[in-house]
Design a protein. Structure first.
Length: 405
């Protein structure tokens, strides 16, 4: 830090002070430092809906750099000591980057994304590092400039010079750091990378055998066919029956359902309203909200078979205004219902095994139906394990909507 201050920063600083000692020049400089950021703030407020990344950064620099220079002039004593100078500049850089991130969010409400913010920060830092490289390549020529050129060079390269000093400091620290620290640092990087990428790897493994019937979100107030029997037919191994459709009887269906609080006085809810239906009951989920029957208020009826010679459904409730995972596991003897990764009910088949027909289809929602949505509906040609169900729930539970990447 001391070398940079004495060899680079101090000559630039002294050159600027000599140049602005003239009272007229000093007043002109102050007027310039006030007008430029004021104009930039005005433009930011007027153009916030149409600003591009480049113009946003230009205005941010037009605000940040003049304020730094004013502090540079007003706080003359702060540049006398190396530690205070580095602390002040480091604080400014941190606040500047935070300001870029904040303005990126505020100025891009329609397309706000983490990528937009990160790109603005990367561009800002790359400009500073690029100026530092230019200064190192032409250090002697730039330091020899005087007058107005020297003033401009001093203003442009002041912060990049501290960037150079920062990397010199890091270089010295790396040389003096024990090897054990590097091993620990490498282990930390491996763990972070594993934490970020392993969920995607598990997701690809789990979803590799599933057939996506509905990926995005669909509202439940309109009926929509998302699959027909042709999409659910397995490929027969018997060459003599290759033209005869074979339906999977060991299968799983997973989905995510979101329900709002339904109006109790809406007559359509006094009868069963369809959320999901595969082949008229294998499975089927309906909603009922009969205000005259306390046992039929705000309930979901879950059907497991299309044979209705006896009661073939269970009544359940799910949390409102949140995404709930619902998974059905079908085998030749029973069907399991999982809610949010947990086994909720098991339905045993006796004389009411489901029947499968070429006319079967999968429907979600119903016309003039519920206030809510459904997404990420998948069909598996085999039953899922409890681990697969729970793991999928944990991977997607915090996403809104819970769809695969």
């Amino acid at each position: 830090m001391t070398n940079i201050l004495n060899e680079v920063i101090r000559p630039i600083y002294d050159n600027i002070r000599r140049y602005i000692s003239n009272d007229y020049v000093k007043k002109s400089l102050w007027a310039f430092l006030i007008i430029i950021p004021s104009y930039a703030v005005y433009q930011l407020s007027n153009e916030r809906e149409t600003l591009s990344n480049t113009r946003t950064l230009m205005y941010i620099f037009s605000i940040g750099i003049p304020f730094y220079i004013m502090a540079y002039v007003l706080m003359d004593g702060i540049f006398q000591g190396g530690n205070y100078s580095a602390l002040f500049t480091g604080l400014f850089v941190v606040l500047f980057i935070a300001g870029v991130a904040y303005l990126s969010v505020k100025l891009s409400a329609r397309s706000m994304s983490t990528v937009y913010i990160i790109m603005n920060i990367i561009i800002s830092v790359s400009i500073i590092i690029g100026l530092a490289m230019i200064f190192l390549m032409f250090k002697q020529q730039l330091k020899s400039l005087t007058g107005m050129p020297g003033l401009i060079v001093g203003l442009i390269f002041y912060i990049p010079c501290f960037c150079i000093d920062f990397f010199n400091y890091l270089s010295g620290e790396f040389i003096s750091t024990p090897k054990l620290i590097y091993y620990l640092f490498l282990a930390e990087i491996v763990l972070i990378v594993a934490y970020v990428y392993l969920p995607d790897l598990f997701k690809k493994i789990i979803n590799s055998s599933g057939k996506q019937l509905l990926e995005g979100t669909v509202f439940l107030d309109t009926e929509k066919v998302i699959a027909t029997a042709d999409m659910l037919v397995s490929t027969p191994n018997d060459i003599f029956n290759k033209n005869k459709p074979t339906f999977d009887k060991n299968y799983a269906i997973s989905m995510w359902v979101y329900l709002d609080n339904q109006a109790k006085n809406y007559n359509a809810y006094s009868k069963e309203t369809v959320l999901f239906d595969y082949g008229n009951g294998k499975p089927k989920i309906t909603y009922v909200n009969n205000v005259d029957d306390k046992n039929q208020k705000d309930k979901l009826n879950v059907y497991f078979t299309d044979i209705s010679n006896r009661k073939s459904y269970y009544e359940i409730t799910i949390s409102k205004q949140k995404w709930n995972q619902i998974v059905f596991n079908y085998s030749s003897q029973r069907a399991d219902l999982f809610i949010n990764g947990t086994l909720e009910r098991t339905f045993e088949f006796t004389d009411n095994l489901p029947t499968y027909k070429p006319s079967d289809k999968i429907v979600v929602g119903s016309n003039n139906g519920l206030d809510g949505a459904i997404c990420n509906v998948k069909f598996y040609s085999h039953a899922l394990t409890k681990f697969e169900i729970a793991n999928t729930y944990n991977l997607l539970r915090n996403k809104n909507p819970p769809v695969n990447i």
